[in-house]
Design a protein around this ligand. Structure first.
Ligand SMILES: Nc1ncnc2c1ncn2[C@@H]1O[C@H](COP(=O)(O)OP(=O)(O)O)[C@@H](O)[C@H]1O
Ligand SMILES: [Mg+2]
Length: 347
């Protein structure tokens, strides 16, 4: 095996795109799981692939990572053709989620050491790298506990650490926070941002608009194997609609008067439900919520409840595709074919 550390982000010519995929296609039986997707990821950015279950996100990543054959189109990673030079591609890309068959009885440190050895690092170097990664991912304390005692968040961090052993310049994260609690999710987001600060490029998939919003510089929205939009998170949200300030006025407060306050402050017409004292205010800029609340207080109007609702993935989908994110006919990740298992084994 070539020395993987020979390929490093700083060695690569600046200005190259990290991923350039054109017209990617993957067909499973009569399902076109990926149906002509273009993805152009620049070096040093976080690029998000956003879509519901079954949209084709994982399949796209797996083709780019050489874990699945590409049925149509072409892809280059840092200028290297994915089909022509799969060995080189594997040195350039770190993929999470591929170490599913780790030994539960081994400790985190042993697992990392083992992966490092498998990737061709010498014993002493493997130990150093494992130690560094455990520290970096806040796993030192748990380092010598068996994996069977690890929480979901710790496993995710260890998985990410494993994909960084060879310090690949491009990292694929397939739904890195699905199923994590909010605090662990936030920690994972911080970790991902740090990777970019250190010079990595990230291609991640997510089902959550807020995750794409938090992390991604640019987002491709995928629906039934096709890209239906690509833009910055802000631009996507603007396309879809504004956040909404949802208020319920205190008993006896005057909704008409409240509406006047909103119109004066924001120049927007709120939606009123006078019977229940509810008022929904479109917020082009969420910052203005405070202005509305202060304005209402100054007008002597009481508020019994308040919340700000952001556009959801469902709304993004409805706006972009005319159908919801949930009415997807496809099956989910469970149905792996023998073909794919063999690919995994081959890698
Ligand atoms: N190995 C496979 N064999 C058959 N169909 C598959 C296989 N992998 C994925 N699919 C199908 O391809 C579509 C896209 O799946 P996937 O890429 O996993 O979507 P996502 O990651 O966006 O949830 C789904 O309809 C899924 O059922
Ligand atoms: Mg998936």
């Amino acid at each position: 095996m070539a020395d993987p550390s020979a390929v490093r982000a700083d060695d690569l010519v600046k200005g190259l795109s990290a991923v350039r995929a054109d017209g990617l296609v993957k067909v499973f039986g009569d399902v076109r799981a990926v149906d002509g997707v273009d993805l152009h990821v620049r070096q040093g950015e976080i690029f998000g692939v956003l879509g519901p279950n079954g949209a084709g996100k994982t399949t796209t990543l797996r083709m780019l990572a050489t874990l699945l054959p590409i049925d149509g189109g072409r892809a280059e990673i840092f200028g290297v053709d994915v089909r022509r030079d799969p060995h080189r591609i594997r040195q350039l890309v770190g993929v999470t989620g591929q170490y599913a068959s780790v030994d539960e009885d081994l400790t985190a440190r042993e697992n990392l050491w083992l992966f490092a050895r498998l990737q061709g690092l010498a014993g002493a170097r493997a130990r150093t790298v494992a130690g560094d990664l455990l520290e970096r991912f806040g796993l030192q304390e748990a380092a010598d506990r068996p994996l069977s005692q690890f929480s979901g968040g710790m496993r995710r961090r260890l998985d990410l650490a494993s994909s960084l052993i060879t310090r690949p310049p491009l990292i694929f994260l397939d739904e890195p926070t699905t199923g994590l609690d909010p605090r662990t999710r936030g920690q994972m987001w911080d970790t991902i941002r740090e990777l970019v600060t250190d010079g990595s490029t990230i291609l991640l998939t997510t089902q959550y608009l807020d995750e794409a919003d938090q992390l991604a510089d640019r987002v491709a929205v995928i629906d039934r194997g096709r890209k239906v939009a690509e833009d910055t998170p802000d631009a996507l949200k603007t396309q879809v609609g504004d956040s909404t300030l949802q208020l319920r006025l205190a008993d006896g407060s005057d909704t008409a008067l409240a509406a006047d306050v909103v119109r004066r402050l924001l120049g927007e017409d709120p939606v009123l439900t006078p019977e229940s004292g509810r008022m929904n205010v479109p917020l082009p800029d969420p910052d203005r919520a405070a202005d509305v609340l202060i304005g209402l207080r100054e007008a002597g109007l009481g508020i019994s409840s308040v919340s700000v609702a952001k556009p959801t993935l469902d709304e993004v989908f409805l706006a972009l595709t005319g159908h919801g994110a949930d009415d997807e006919p496809g099956t989910d990740d469970e149905s792996r074919t023998d073909d794919e298992s063999r690919m995994e084994a081959a890698r």
